[in-house]
Design a protein around this ligand. Sequence first.
Ligand code: NAD
Ligand code: UFG
Length: 341
Amino acid sequence: MSILVTGGTGYIGSHTCVELLNAGYEIIVFDNFINSKPEAIQRTKQITNKDFKFYKADLLDRSAMEQIFTKNQIDAVIHFAGLKAVGESVEIPLRYYHNNVGGTLILCETMAKYNVKRMVFSSSAAVYGNPATVPIREDFPLSTTNPYGSTKLMIENILRDLYISDPEWSIALLRYFNPIGAHKSGLIGEDPNGIPNNLMPYIARVAARKLEVLSIFGNDYPTKDGTGVRDYIHVVDLSLGHIKALEKIMQTSGVEAYNLGTGIGYSVLEVISAFEAASGQKVNYKIAPRRAGDIPECYADSVKSKKELDWVASRDLKEMCEDSWGYINKLASFKKAGRPL
Ligand code: NAD
Ligand code: UFG
């Protein structure tokens, strides 16, 4: 079976390509490298010892999309390509709507034209807005607090309407919680440009002495220790969830949303101490004001994914921290040796 992976050189995309190749799928990958590097292609091949076709292409380029569908036999699409920085989406919302929503429209139109009607879509827990209670179930009310989240919710609605118009479509909306960690090889992982926005890459750089101190955004939330609580999930577990979702959409038609989280919430302070234990490094931190738009607590109810996808996350916070640290070290050794990673 042949799967088109959009955004396949990105953080979650590259890990999912590894799991797809390991599971015996043939993959065709494209990316425009707006937030990733070509090296991910070679690393993915190196980890799996398997080959695949790659196109440098933009989702917004209709003729490039058509060429990919003309030249390849495609059974289903896993759609990762999109911009994902929450803060940036507030500053340049039109770019986010254009790229994420506009790009998905072009992808869906091309898929329909070539009669490919199966898709696994990267949605986000951002579509739950500020949930009234936790754990969060898939049938909770949907709302958003920033343009990035709004693009995800709009795309979910577009995909639902698409199915209503043509019941041959089979679509899984995967709502990710907080992916962290890296592949055990240390060859692929997340290395954001500039100062990281997210907790784990920030902690890793403080531990590696690339940044001086972590600001904890608020310690007065109504949570176990006052700091924000999130559902961190190992990126390899998350990737395996895509394989299960793929199996599901090949057997059924319809649109279904699934949470991909562990169901466990950890506070910022708990993540810091788990990282210190895993790395043997001190993580300096200071308490700073709350970050605008942050919610106190967010973690998944993972019953539906377990029941309907036969998927559960099995890697714990210790392993997530060890693998994030392993990747940072490998990255440093490659940079020192003057080799790109
Ligand atoms: P990422 O930025 O590492 O990967 C996205 C990839 O898409 C990048 O390689 C980028 O170059 C590519 N891309 C973006 N726009 C494109 C376009 N127009 N044409 C072609 N390629 C394009 O991000 P990620 O963390 O791997 O996230 C993958 C998906 O999962 C995204 O849609 C993201 O919104 C979603 N998601 C991520 C998280 C998270 O915390 N990482 C949480 C929830 C949802
Ligand atoms: N945090 C800090 N200091 C930092 C960075 C983060 O204290 O330097 C705290 C945040 O306040 C929050 C927790 O660490 O309590 C996690 O923050 P992240 O930025 O790592 O992740 P978020 O939960 O804010 O956002 C993530 C994704 C979004 C997605 C959202 C909902 O980055 O794309 O989950 O799924 F929309």
